[in-house]
Ligand binder design. Structure first.
Ligand code: ARG
Length: 289
């Protein structure tokens, strides 16, 4: 089919990407953020985030998201829940449904109740996955991509939870196993850039997982382990703007060659808890299909 310039233009104007309110993120300010326990290899209670710098970095991220054309909604922080800043973990969004996470560690489990209340007050359908006693699911282990739900398991999410999610969502869930505890969530090793391209860090996955991603992603930007350990894949992509905690030079050259604009939003204080830019945002515009 030939596409006339007019058709291209109207397609552009009507595409959701031209609507600035299309991207909306739920974030929770770091009023009570600290390293309160140690549940991933990056956390040590001996090294605490500086409160003022945390706040400065968080507000700077909000401003970078807005400059890129996104809107930000705020979830009230709770004093007893220091990791609540990492809103990406509290649940999955599928249009007007909020599927609650079931955190692996008890320390984070109460966050879900607060998230659920927020979504209920906005008329979302709040769904609890039917999970067995040993099962857990953390939303940043799951990412819709090319009509599938890509799902990691091994550290925070169990394989059994993938099956429950497939059953509930009627989506095909592609399961990949994690092998490196430093890259313990999917959003540390997989970052979709558009519907063909993604940053991928094979060092995080089993051999079968790597093969699956290879078949799934037509144009991968393959990260070396040292690149992935900078958390550069823990990025938020707003149209053509990639908001990242930092960017290795080689990765930056490829992103720019692909037409992306890089926005560095430093989050050194949040890295002390093992989280970065993507972890701090829950995409409310997400849908499974
Ligand atoms: N300290 C938090 C935890 O270990 C960090 C969460 C990071 N979130 C993420 N989406 N990778 O649970």
């Amino acid at each position: 089919m030939n596409v006339s310039p007019q058709m291209e233009l109207s397609r552009h104007i009507n595409s959701p990407c031209s609507n600035s309110q299309h991207w909306t993120y739920l974030m929770c300010p770091p009023d009570h953020f600290r390293v309160g326990y140690e549940i991933n290899p990056w956390m040590t209670q001996a090294i605490q985030p500086a409160p003022e710098l945390s706040s400065e970095q968080w507000y700077n991220l909000v401003s970078n998201l807005k400059k890129a054309g996104a809107a930000v909604e705020v979830l009230q922080p709770v004093a007893s829940l220091p990791d609540m800043v990492f809103t990406a973990d509290i649940g999955l969004i599928d249009k007007q449904s909020f599927i609650k996470s079931h955190f692996h560690y008890t320390e984070r489990q109460p966050e879900v109740q607060h998230g659920g209340d927020w979504f209920r007050s906005r008329n979302y359908e709040v769904i609890a996955l039917p999970l067995g006693a040993e099962a857990s699911l953390e939303s940043s282990d799951i990412r819709p991509f090319r009509g599938y739900l890509l799902a990691g398991y091994g550290f925070r999410t169990t394989f059994a939870a993938h099956r429950a999610l497939a059953h509930l969502s009627h989506c095909e869930v592609l399961s990949i196993e994690f092998v490196d505890p430093r890259l313990y969530h999917l959003d540390l090793s997989f970052c979709p850039l558009d519907d063909r391209r993604a940053m991928v860090a094979p060092a995080a996955w089993s051999r079968r997982g790597c093969e699956l991603i290879k078949a799934l992603v037509p144009e991968p930007l393959v990260l070396e382990l040292d690149e992935a350990l900078t958390f550069c894949a823990n990025a938020v992509v707003v149209g053509k703007v990639v908001i990242m905690p930092s960017c290795p030079a080689r990765v930056g050259r490829i992103l720019e060659r692909w037409g992306f604009t890089i926005c560095i939003s430093p989050v050194s204080e949040f890295l002390k808890a093992g989280g970065a830019v993507h972890c701090l945002t829950l995409a409310l515009h997400e849908s499974f299909s």
